[in-house]
Design a protein around this ligand. Structure first.
Ligand SMILES: Cc1cc2nc3c(=O)[nH]c(=O)nc-3n(C[C@H](O)[C@H](O)[C@H](O)COP(=O)(O)OP(=O)(O)OC[C@H]3O[C@@H](n4cnc5c(N)ncnc54)[C@H](O)[C@@H]3O)c2cc1C
Length: 340
């Protein structure tokens, strides 16, 4: 069981900056995200795209913004729990009990939900019997490429992930890339490389084909694929990887007894608290009159929610407003040289 001052649900830009605002006033945060990486939409949806409206940063990308935010919160040593969805939230005396999909338990007087548009989930194969092989022989992401070394691997999809992994894994495995269209959606350069490898006999490409069935009792044995004109082919394989993009689901957040309005959480604009004391919502997931779904709005929301968390986590202390420029305690927490 992990005890902390604040559990932050979501490691998108807004959750990250909330860690900063909590850290400078002396509160410890644990951050949980369903994704395998930090950065939320910025990393998952537009890592290379330029952003032009972050205050005082004329231009940055989704990736560089995430890096800078991580750099800025380094002094606070927040723990990140990735690949874990927050499933349950329940009251435990004066605290909240938070349970993740990996059954990790957190106890905290405060929760800041910075869940964006909900948790990102991979789009899955829609065929019978797929669940029993999931995370054993059928995967929707690659955590460690060595698990697929010297094996037969079928990769489905036409985007960047499918192309990139087909190219990468074909260096040491027998890879078949299968896509339902003849044209790939991913980067032109990657599609060209994949086709070149195909010509050289280093990568098999099957288009336009879709998955038809999965064969195997305890372990995966083979799959069949079907072409547009009904032709069926059987492929012996050890692993199947599906890269069909992500869907965003509000997911378990909807079951925590919070008021909801069109898949967002209404909050008051004084401290961004929800209808439950000690549960705050900031960033894209919160709603209030005039809400702008912009990163800069989420930063402001996090600053106010953090101060409200202080009052709940330290009921016997008085919160004092201070500037980082002049506050010795804030500078100590930041680990920077004290100013005179
Ligand atoms: C293409 C594109 C371009 C954009 N350009 C700009 C721009 O130029 N300027 C700008 O200001 N904004 C821009 N935005 C919007 C901006 O990305 C969002 O406002 C911002 O990402 C919101 O941050 P967030 O931290 O609230 O949520 P997100 O970035 O959505 O992060 C939320 C995180 O919470 C996690 N999560 C959700 N539920 C759970 C759960 N139950 N358990 C664990 N984890 C969970 C998710 O996995 C996700 O990682 C753009 C968005 C897109 C899609």
């Amino acid at each position: 069981m992990i005890k902390t001052d604040v559990v932050v649900v979501g490691a998108g830009p807004v959750g990250l900056f909330a860690v900063h605002q909590l850290g400078i006033i002396g509160l410890k945060a644990e951050v949980i995200d369903n994704l395998d990486k930090i950065g939320g939409q910025c990393i998952e949806l537009y890592p290379d795209k330029p952003i032009y409206d972050i205050p005082a940063i004329p231009e940055c990308t989704g990736e560089s913004l995430t890096k800078s935010l991580l750099e800025q919160i380094k002094p606070f040593k927040a723990n990140f729990h990735l690949n874990e969805r927050v499933q349950e939230v329940s009251k435990e005396k004066s605290d909240w009990k938070i349970v993740t999909s990996k059954n990790k338990i957190f106890v905290s007087p405060n929760i800041i939900i910075a869940g964006g548009v909900g948790s990102f989930e991979p789009r899955k194969f829609l065929i019978k019997g797929v669940e029993k092989f999931e995370n054993k022989s059928i995967f929707y992401s690659v955590k460690n490429k060595n698990n697929f070394k010297n094996k037969k691997v079928c990769i489905f999809g036409g985007g960047d992930s499918a192309l990139d992994w087909a190219i990468e894994l074909s260096k040491f495995s027998e890879v078949t890339l299968i896509h339902r269209r003849n044209e790939f959606r991913g980067a032109e350069h990657s599609a060209t490389v994949a086709k070149k490898l195909h010509k050289e006999g280093k990568l098999k490409i099957k288009t336009p084909f879709q998955i038809n069935s999965i064969d195997g009792e305890k372990t995966l044995d083979a799959i069949t694929i079907k072409s547009e004109d009904g032709k069926i082919e059987k492929i012996k394989t050890d692993f199947v990887l599906g890269f069909f993009g992500l869907i965003m689901k509000l997911g378990p957040i909807a079951d925590w007894g919070l008021n909801l309005e069109k898949k967002t959480i209404p909050v008051n604009t004084e401290n961004f608290q929800t209808n439950k004391k000690g549960i705050f919502a900031i960033g894209d997931i919160c709603s209030y009159p005039g809400k702008l779904k912009l990163i800069l709005s989420g930063f402001h929301e996090g600053a106010l929610a953090a101060r409200a968390c202080f009052k709940i986590a330290r009921p016997n202390e008085t919160y004092r407003f201070e500037y980082t420029t002049t506050s010795k305690s804030m500078q100590e927490r930041l680990g920077v040289k004290k100013s005179d």
